[in-house]
Design a protein. Structure first.
Lengths: 280, 359
């Protein structure tokens, strides 16, 4: 059995190792090189400067915390918006299922850049919403909804909500109706059934969806760049800028591996929690 | 205590359906059912799948709302009452245990909803688990138990809050045959000792006949007969019941001029109630109602096949060309060793033959 498993996973593992893992690891040493502004990397040097900067520099720390905060906020909003929707899809009238599911999936078929441009058209200072509100006389000056947290939250929630919903639909469908009915006959109100039965039984799905959305959010590049602009930066856009604008590859590499380490740590922790919850 | 409570003329009904109906769109699942179950009585709802018996059971629990009619528990009209306020215990076919809770917490669930806590709680949980003979497993998760043990937890969970009515939805159909027989006896004993009014849904006639004080046979959403097991077996009220209970032979025939059933090939069979001459009928004769005699009166026939299954021996007997029926006898009896080809005579009491008009 075990040997079969390795053989079956082999081709994919090989592709990932050669084209993903190896190139990624090749950039690891870069993070420990010395960088001299105007000259570039000093060949053969070994230093922890880049990592030390990330920990000590206020700017880097701020971006790191902002990224994690953004990840948490997007995950929480996706969960709060996604659970009722997933519930409707899983438990609602049968004729609503397909249309709702298609509505959830459709945005995923559009290119990220196109979707982000859509949000720019809506949220910009001279965008649809601000123009409408100004014309209606509700506001005098445009409300700033872009190049700040609001814009990024809106854009990222929109993009990652489908992932959360699809995970939750599966989780809610897996809860046997008889188990909920049993709780009702034992004296549980609808509210108590939800809190005592449905919620714990969908917890693995909630956890899986949250991890997915969180990890995708903290590593998102396109949407934060477009809706965050050049100044309101998160880890992914900062890494891009270090590499491509500043040509400070050591710092870029160090930032990239800090982000990777955080993502891996979260996935590892979630797996441990999920194993403890495992009920079959 | 042993006499069926219905027979003692108990006026007090613990559970009643009053002209209850249920339709899903144009499909009528339950049609105008009126039933009354006495306090402490064990009633089995028996019928083929899709006959509406589970729908009726779920109406008592409040999981299905009747389209018409009323459901009463004791004197209280519960038709519009939500499930959590009805005080019924339901044992599901799938057991429906809470997979994320321990056995203890599963059984404690209903008690906690009744605000029972502390020492009283553990005491009553232990008592319920002892009642289903499952002590010492309180800390386990349901997934760590066998099917039979899960079944017991489900029963303990249902009885622990001391429900007014106990409902069983085909609880034994997922168990293997031996365990099922064991549980039948155990459940009946448990129900007796608790004295809780019980409704038990099953499609298994031996289960219904052996466990219940009264059996309600249902078909197509309609009550066919509601009577003691003996009456249902020996005096079926409708054609459906006659064909559903026991192990019947079904033979095509026609009512002859003398009122007997002509099965063709010169075979004439006396029936309890026949009908108009010339009517096409289906003759229903239970295998166990056919007595094999070596000589004397009775229908002449020849043994075609013998099948031994332990306690009983079944024979396929040919009466005439194209007319065969199955008879059975105790495997320890005088006629248990007949070889194929042996001529026999069959004695069939007219009262055991039912003639059903063929539509």
């Amino acid at each position: 059995m075990k040997r079969h498993g390795i053989a079956l996973a082999g081709p994919l593992a090989l592709v990932l190792a050669v084209f993903f893992l190896a190139p990624a690891l090749l950039t690891l040493p870069t993070g420990f090189r010395e960088y001299v502004p105007g000259q570039g990397i000093t060949a053969g040097s070994w230093t922890l400067d880049a990592y030390r900067d990330i920990v000590s520099d206020d700017f880097y720390r701020e971006v790191l915390w902002r990224t994690l905060g953004l990840g948490l906020a997007v995950t929480a909003i996706c969960l709060l918006l996604g659970y009722p929707l997933a519930w409707m899809i899983a438990r609602g009238p049968a004729q609503l299922r397909m249309p709702l599911l298609l509505l959830v999936i459709f945005p995923m078929m559009l290119n990220l850049v196109v979707r982000s441009f859509g949000w720019i058209a809506l949220l910009a200072n001279r965008g649809l919403i601000n123009n409408l509100l100004t014309d209606l006389g509700l506001i005098a000056a445009p409300v700033k909804m872009m190049f700040n947290l609001t814009g990024m939250l809106v854009g990222l929630v929109h993009i990652y909500l489908p992932f959360m919903v699809l995970m939750l639909v599966a989780a809610i469908q897996n809860v046997p109706r008889d188990v909920e009915a049993a709780a009702m006959t034992l004296g549980s109100t609808r509210r108590h059934v939800f809190l005592a039965i449905t919620l714990p039984l969908t917890a693995p799905g909630i956890l899986a969806g949250s991890i997915l959305v969180f990890v995708l959010t903290i590593s998102a590049l396109v949407t934060p760049r477009m809706l965050g602009g050049p100044t309101y930066r998160v880890m992914a856009t900062l890494i891009y800028d270090e590499y491509m604008q500043m040509l400070d590859w050591p710092t870029g590499s160090a930032l990239a591996f800090v982000l990777t380490a955080i993502a891996l740590a979260i996935i590892w922790a979630a797996n441990r929690v999920a194993r403890r919850w495992a009920v079959t | 205590m042993d006499a069926p409570l219905a027979a003692r003329g108990c006026a007090l009904s613990a559970l009643a359906f009053e002209r209850v109906g249920k339709s899903y769109g144009a499909t009528e699942v339950v049609r105008d059912v009126s039933l009354s179950v006495a306090e402490g009585e064990f009633v089995a709802l028996l019928g083929p799948s899709g006959c509406g018996k589970t729908t009726l059971l779920r109406m008592v629990a409040g999981l299905v709302a009747p389209s018409t009619g009323r459901v009463l528990i004791g004197a209280q009209d519960v038709t519009a009452l939500s499930p959590d306020k009805r005080g019924v215990g339901l044992v599901f076919q799938s057991y429906a245990l809470f997979p994320h809770l321990t056995v203890f917490e599963n059984v404690a669930f209903g008690l906690r909803r009744q605000r029972v806590s502390g020492a009283v709680l553990s005491e009553r949980v232990e008592a319920a688990l002892a009642m289903v003979r499952l002590p010492g497993l309180a800390a386990r998760r349901p997934s760590e138990l066998s099917g039979g043990q899960q079944q017991r937890v489900a029963i303990a969970r249902a009885i622990a809050p001391r429900p007014r009515v106990l409902l069983f939805d085909e609880p034994l159909s997922n168990l293997d045959a031996q365990l099922r027989d064991e549980m039948q006896i155990e459940l009946k004993r448990l129900q007796r000792s608790l004295g809780i009014t019980t409704l038990f849904v099953t499609h298994d006639q031996s289960e219904a006949l052996s466990m219940a004080d009264r059996v309600c046979v249902m078909a197509h959403g309609v009550v066919q007969q509601f009577d003691t097991p003996e009456a249902v077996y020996h005096r079926p009220a409708t054609a459906f019941v006659a064909g559903f209970i026991g192990r019947p032979n079904r033979l095509a025939g026609r009512i002859a001029a003398d009122g007997r059933i002509d099965l063709g090939g010169g075979v004439l069979l006396a029936a309890g109630e026949a009908g108009a001459t010339g009517t096409a009928v289906e003759a229903i004769i239970r295998q166990e109602a056919i007595a094999i005699t070596g000589d004397g009166d009775g229908l002449p026939g020849t043994i075609v096949l013998r099948a031994f299954n332990g306690a009983r021996v079944q024979y396929v007997v040919r009466l005439a060309e194209g007319v065969e029926l199955v008879a059975e006898t105790a495997s320890s009896g005088a006629h248990s060793g007949l070889e194929p080809g042996t001529p026999v005579r069959l004695a069939i009491a007219p009262g055991a033959v039912f003639a059903l008009p063929v539509a």
